[in-house]
Design a protein around this ligand. Sequence first.
Ligand SMILES: *Cc1c(COP(=O)(O)O)cnc(C)c1O
Length: 341
Amino acid sequence: MPMSVLSLTDVYRARRRIEGRVCRTPLVESPSLTAQAGVPVYLKLETVQPTGSFKLRGATHALAVLAEQGGQRVVTASTGNHGRAVAHAARSLGIEAAVCMSSLVPRNKVDAVRALGAQVHIVGKSQDGAEVEANRLAREAGYVYVPPFDHPDVIAGQATLGLEIVEAVPDVANIVVPLSGGGLFAGVAFAAKAANAAIRMTGVTMARGAAMHASLAAGKPVLVDELETLADSLGGGIGLDNRYTFAMTQALIDETLLLDEASIARGIVHAYREERLVVEGAAAVGIAALLDGVLRTKPARGPIVLIATGANIDIDVHRKLIAASERSDTTTSSTPADLKS
Ligand SMILES: *Cc1c(COP(=O)(O)O)cnc(C)c1O
């Protein structure tokens, strides 16, 4: 069983290691979503983490374990939420971080990682080239590569979110988790089902380029084409050599939902207008699934928790989505392409 890589003791240990470096985030009831669902609906606000996403949990835990073992240098190739989280965690633990990026990464993302104190290595013209350089630094220069999801210490860090949910809502019936590489899903589902095996675990992702969904359907990790989507933090593959998150997700998932772009846009707009929250596309999928009425908890069996995983949306994209919704009161025509124009 892949589950044996993680025990509940590991998760409690992870919580102690990250305490004081990662927020214990608020969990708030949403009156509008509660009215919609007919059961209490809560939002777990990872948007308030210092780097704007839950990825700080797994990265901080993995780096804390490394620091205990005397590790001094870490490297990653992520320019998104994981890259920020590694940079922030490294600074908080007093170790060195390098982030490899291609020359095509926008200036603002490069600056954001530098501002967190990481060294930026610009190499080549593609994400693949950046990965190659990160692996080279790991092989030849004494850096430890920190993967974004497929690592037991990362999964244990994300699992602390599951502990917080079951402690705050002991009778939770359904937890809805944005799904990409599956580190978040595997961790939260492990902790939640350890508390109560009857908790229904739903993974939600975008229809455009959902690697974990395609892999679950195929019964093994498969490649999918990466497509532009509003839920950009859910893009990317799960790795053909996936070791942990595929098997754990396969074992723990009760339902997978795929959403189109218009629905994700509605989720972002709802979060802003009704909850006064700025969320990125990846974080809006739970809200969107509930608004679409596709969660199978109807008729209601008990409280639902949606994880608002991150706030890091391009502010121009956000502004355009809100403006478009105000013009038409519907966002059905919004696609990522429209928003770039
Ligand atoms: C990474 C990420 C996810 C998905 O997490 P996985 O562990 O890759 O499944 C969801 N939302 C946000 C905001 C993320 O950054």
